[in-house]
Design a protein around this ligand. Structure first.
Ligand code: GLC
Length: 765
């Protein structure tokens, strides 16, 4: 049999087959198919020498997952050849610099696990105006240290309502308001030259109903009607509905929409204008792969795969996280490893904690599915810990979940463009003696400002009619209290909210994965209410946390004393600290360290270069952690705090954390700088004639709690305030009490203990 080789330029829909029915029936189909493909592409091996090896390496995976969905009937050959023809076409179109990067990354597949990687996400129009103007903002992104940039959907959406760009009308064109396809390619080149990786959305669960396929379906074309899930009456939709949830019950109730033009019900999980694709049809698999290839060739480094839990529908289930959805992703993963091994898959699967991690390929599928996934579990549990000042739930939930496989990583975030769903499982809540429903209700109530002690300014999103549970919208700054404190001109409230923001960020910057900054957080952008005057946004309060970037505020980052300056400097400091902490690399071994203190979240990460202990205090009060509570190797007095890059001295075997404070500690033999710092302490004590006030505390300079060695008397010149000026070793945290003496005898101790840091000036009233 003479083999026919394929010339991509003359390809037509008809694909001649080389393997006979007889051979197919009797032989090893996988091997036959693989050999056939390798033979077909022979003429291209000279220009693309890696192609053969990549097919050899990845074909078996592709075959296994693809055929488990579509079977291995004789006709599948044609689909498979079409799919591989798309790869070849993609390779022929792929630019030289991308081909080269692919090859480099094949040798360094885990490049994305580096501690150097810092992510950012933005809407092109809201941040810069359009793609061209975004180029002008690259210096700002670099100043902040961002090198992994997710641009929110920018392919051509339908006109009018389009779910923030997640209703794509044409995958091969760019939203005209943002620019052209060429602008996108150019931007990708410029970003690469500046060392910034580009992440783009691939909206794979649905197209807009204005997409060419949907339009053809609407005009009665049966091939394209099979691209979607269409039903003649409500019988089957009703059977499905019994088990489905509603994603947008407020503005898109139900999961099916009726179209009188064709007299059919169409599956629409999200908005009515977003039609779910029917992946049970191999035509859809291939067509979407073709779109993927095209997008990959813009020069993106990572595809954010939107809404992947919904890809597969199965009657009698809630049609999320089905095994077939995972197979689809694995089949696509194997294919892209042949075309563009440098391009990552990032799963957007905001589902139950136990389900999210499966998108990283656990249970034998390690490295075969997505490379990255949003860590929605960490995100929602961090907000819960902050509101409750209690870390039992976050610790328990994280300790019960399988780890991200070695060759994958998390995308860790505090806020993104979507609402916060309280992904707190009933089972994990029960483990800490809580009721899941009540805990989720508490989170919503707290962050929508319904509870007396709440500082948050958030809004309920899509309240569930039956349970009363709701997700929450609001920017980081507004949820952390900055908006309220600014309106009430409360300096202490402003301090606290900045501490809260940085506390949350500190975890996402140090936990395994890529931290993702929602651009605007670094200058404390609060809620934006202008969406209320836009009829296209008005009903969807997620727009409240998608503010236009306020560049006047950005300019204030250089002006000491402003909120923008304080926050921006802290962000910068955190980016720098991450980049110089080797234990943050994804290859480190990590484990939670459970301490018997409610508000402390602690974990250890060990790399071959350095071990680091990360401690965070979720309480509004200072907390003392006796070093005796820590694993033995951490029972030290001197540490280097990698965050502030200073040597700290915790005398008296206690680590003192400020309210909402945190440390990234590593052991050190260095002594703290002996340079002394002026410290002023002021206490208010009412005394009688002949009585004096002294101080006693946990450091030698304050007598190491020995009342005979208390220092004083303090200066009463502005009675009843007693003051003392001392020189204490720099960066020392200490505790103290005052004592009242008459005739050298102690007659009273202060009812409270106080704490502070050398170099500060504090009045205790
Ligand atoms: C994803 C997006 C969200 C969108 C939905 C439907 O969850 O993040 O914004 O509404 O998909 O496309």
């Amino acid at each position: 049999m003479a083999l026919k080789t394929w010339n991509p330029r003359s390809v037509s829909q008809y694909i001649p087959l080389n393997i006979s029915r007889k051979e197919w029936k009797r032989g090893d189909r996988r091997e036959l198919m693989k050999r056939d493909l390798m033979e077909r592409y022979k003429p291209h091996y000279r220009r693309h020498p890696y192609l053969k090896k990549r097919i050899e390496k990845n074909f078996d995976d592709f075959w296994r997952f693809y055929t488990s969905i579509y079977g291995d009937g004789y006709e599948q050959q044609r689909w498979i050849i079409r799919i591989f023809n798309s790869i070849l076409q993609g390779l022929l179109d792929r630019k030289k610099d991308m081909l080269q990067l692919d090859q480099e990354r094949e040798k360094n597949q885990l490049w994305f696990q580096s501690e150097e990687i810092v992510g950012g996400v933005l809407y092109v129009d809201l941040f810069a105006g359009d793609l061209k103007k975004l180029r002008e903002k690259i210096p700002y992104l670099k100043e902040l240290g961002i090198n992994f940039l997710h641009l929110m959907p920018l392919l051509r959406p339908r006109d009018g309502l389009n779910d923030g760009g997640y209703a794509v009308q044409n995958y091969r064109d760019v939203d005209r308001r943002l620019g052209t396809y060429d602008d996108l390619r150019k931007l990708s080149r410029v970003l690469h030259n500046e060392g910034i990786n580009l992440v783009l959305d691939f909206v794979m669960n649905h197209t807009a109903k204005e997409h060419g396929w949907a339009q053809a379906a609407m005009s009665g074309h049966t091939r394209y009607q099979r691209f979607y899930h269409m039903f003649d009456d409500r019988t089957i939709p009703d059977m499905y509905e019994n088990h489905l949830i509603e994603v947008f019950p407020d503005f898109a109730p139900g999961n099916f929409s009726y179209y009188p033009q064709i007299d059919k019900w169409v599956w629409t999980t999200f908005y009515e204008f977003q039609w779910d694709l029917n992946y049970a049809n191999p035509d859809v698999f291939h067509a979407m792969f073709d779109e993927m290839v095209h997008l990959v060739n813009t020069g993106t480094d990572c595809l954010r795969l939107d809404a992947v839990p919904y890809l597969w529908k199965k009657l009698g289930t809630h049609c999320q996280n089905q095994e077939e959805a995972h197979h689809l992703l694995r089949a696509y993963r194997a294919l892209l490893k042949i075309l563009s091994p440098g391009v990552l898959f990032m799963a957007e699967a905001i589902v139950a904690p136990q389900e999210i991690v499966r998108y990283l390929g656990v249970d034998g599928f390690e490295g075969k599915e997505c490379d990255l996934a949003y860590n929605a579990t960490l995100m929602s549990h961090l907000w819960h810990a902050l509101a409750s000042e209690n870390t039992h739930l976050i610790r328990t939930s994280l300790s019960k979940l399988p780890r991200a496989p070695r060759n994958t990583s998390w995308v860790n975030y505090i806020r993104c463009h979507d609402d916060i769903g309280w992904g707190i499982s009933d089972e994990f809540a029960a483990d800490v003696h809580q009721n899941g429903h009540h805990t989720r209700m508490f989170c919503t109530d707290f962050y929508t400002g319904k509870l007396a002690n709440s500082y948050a300014e958030g809004y309920a999103f899509q309240r569930d009619y039956y349970s009363g549970e709701a997700r929450v919208s609001g920017t980081t700054a507004s949820l952390a209290g900055l908006q309220k404190a600014m309106v009430e001109a409360e300096d202490l409230g402003i301090d606290d909210s900045i501490r809260r923001i940085m506390l949350l960020k500190n975890v996402i910057f140090s936990w395994k994965g890529i931290p993702l900054i929602y651009l605007g957080d670094e200058i404390g952008q609060t809620n934006d209410y202008t969406y209320l005057s836009n009829p296209l946004k008005l009903r969807d309060n997620r727009w409240v946390h998608r503010p236009r970037m306020l560049w006047d505020k950005v300019d204030l980052r250089d002006m000491p004393g402003t909120i923008e300056h304080r926050l921006f400097s802290e962000f910068r400091k955190m980016v720098d600290a991450r980049k110089r902490t080797p234990a943050i690399h994804g290859a480190s071994k990590d484990r939670l360290v459970i301490l018997d203190i409610d508000s402390i979240f602690c974990f250890e990460r060990c790399s071959k270069h350095q071990d680091t202990l990360f401690l965070s205090n979720f309480s509004r009060e200072p907390v003392h952690v006796p070093t005796g509570m820590l694993p033995e190797k951490w029972q030290k007095r001197h540490f280097r705090d990698l965050y502030s890059d200073r040597v700290l001295d915790f005398s008296f075997n206690e680590i003192v954390l400020e309210p909402y404070g945190f440390y990234w500690l590593t052991g050190t033999n260095e002594k703290p700088s002996i340079e002394a710092e002026n410290t002023i302490i002021d206490v208010i004590v009412e005394t009688e004639f002949g009585e004096n006030v002294y101080l006693v505390g946990n450091i030698p300079e304050l007598g190491s709690w020995n009342p005979d060695k208390a220092i004083g008397p303090l200066d009463p010149s502005s009675y009843p305030s007693w003051e003392i000026h001392m020189k204490l070793p720099a960066n020392t945290y200490f505790e103290f009490q005052w004592v009242k003496k008459r005739n050298g005898q102690i007659i009273e101790w202060s009812p409270d203990k106080y704490w502070m840091k050398s170099g500060d000036e504090i009045s205790y009233y």
